[in-house]
Design a protein around this ligand. Sequence first.
Ligand code: PEP
Ligand code: MG
Length: 579
Amino acid sequence: MERLNGLGTSPGVAIGRAVLMPRSAGGGVRVRVSDATVPAELERLRQAVERTREQLKAIKGRVERAAGEGHGYLFDAQMLMLDDPMLVHRAGELVRAEHLNAEWALHRAGEDLAALLGSASDVYLRERGGDVSDVVSRLKSNLHQTDWAPALTALADAAEGQVILVTDELRASVAAQMDWSRIAGFVSERGSRTQHTAILARSMRVPAVVGLQAATQQVAPGAMLVVDGTTGDVVVDPSEATLVDARARQQRHAAAERSLGELRALPAETQDGITVRLLANIERPDEVARAREYGAEGIGLYRSEFLLAGVPAEEPTEDTQYDVYRALVEQMAPEPVTIRSFDAVEHAGGRLDAVRGLRATRSAPAGLDRMRTQLRALCRAAVHGRLRLMFPQVGGVEELREARGLLEEARSDVREGGVNVPSVPVGVMIEVPSAALTADLLAAEADFLSVGTNDLVHYTLAVDRADVRASELYEPLHPAVLRMLRAIQTAAAGAARPLSICGEMASDPAMLPLLVGLGITELSMTPAAIPLAKQVLRKLVAAEARALADAVLRCGTVREIEGLLAEHARQHPAGTVKG
Ligand code: PEP
Ligand code: MG
């Protein structure tokens, strides 16, 4: 038994067997296949080889027709590799002898063969190393490795039971395509609380621990794991006593959630009568049901860019988007649905685009076309319910006007098609300092404001939100951030515009007294966080929270601020859901 510790980013306890998916293997998944599954795994490999051979033959034919006989010889070399005993044959041996899944067996055989060729004295042989990696990636894609959902489903079946996904890094664009219902827990070497993959795990209620250095080396495929997303503990090969304790904690967590569920029908109202609206953040349309289940009074943020994950550039089409947006507003009726126009998704390495959101759209003609298509789909869907539109990463008034101009164009296009588009409230996300500092000007021209604290903290403090190594510096309680929140609230109130917070700060129960004290009365959070937020708010006295916020704003350091919040929490214990 071995105990590892990382950063818990999605609460709850999961027990299951490890499926390894390191990115270093080109997205390959590593899993131990059972005795019974070995023949099926070998058959999958055989079929992938046949598909690869057909494709290579077809490509060779095309090249020769275009460039003349003899130019397709390169593909002969690749076809010969399919019969090389060191590649496919050896991969088959690895499946049989070591119970590796076909993808991983190919990865291992391919690496060994490339290393052997790389050390050859013959230049021709050395150059064949590139062909090996070409052939291996083609074989892997023919094993449906690029199609994550079925691949993981198959692997979950192969792993016989609950699956804990262990990865060095899982990009949000891949995470968006996975079938999370097959995954009981998530462990990652990199990531952070505000990285989109962690946000998604919370939405899917899958316990998650990130920042577990070398997890993909330390955990063997098929190993039994206990993942505690509340404490950040991961136990490898747990003893019977640890398993018994983990199951008991699972039950306690479920019981605490059930008792919070009883608050569902009650308003989120403070002791002195201030009502706070609690809305849901969602990444996938199918989360609407969960948002309703937890008592959300609307969708405060739908991260629409998740629709772009894994689809070709020309998709999703206007009609597909219209169907999605229409279903969202219809399912959430009569409550509002706030759809954010496409934002950039995190890139490899957890880094964010240097230029994001509207600015990225403006600088790329393809981005502009995509935005026009989206706005038309939104205008059409607005007919069917309470749709609100919000633009991400707005830098200032100029960008807001430009975005509004595009919306007007889309509206007239759709009207010309005979659809009577209702007026759509337009909101601005305040998530870069330039917007925070011009919030009064933006409030004058927008219908509502919503603060994206995840990015606002990132850009204000110059700390990468997606990098676990910087997590101690990533500090939402920094006085600079809190001063911005106060200024934004003053600006919104001055222009009589609704203001909400939709960054992860709103999901953190410890932050709620401060946010209410700052005068914020609309919060959008991951659906499962709503019941606890309600419990905290119903015990709060808003007048005291205002005094707390005033005191906090006089503090110079994060530590002093934390001290004040801790003192307030001691005096007003509200209870938490423990894992
Ligand atoms: C934010 O930045 O706080 C936000 C809500 O947007 P995202 O997390 O999707 O960047
Ligand atoms: Mg953001």
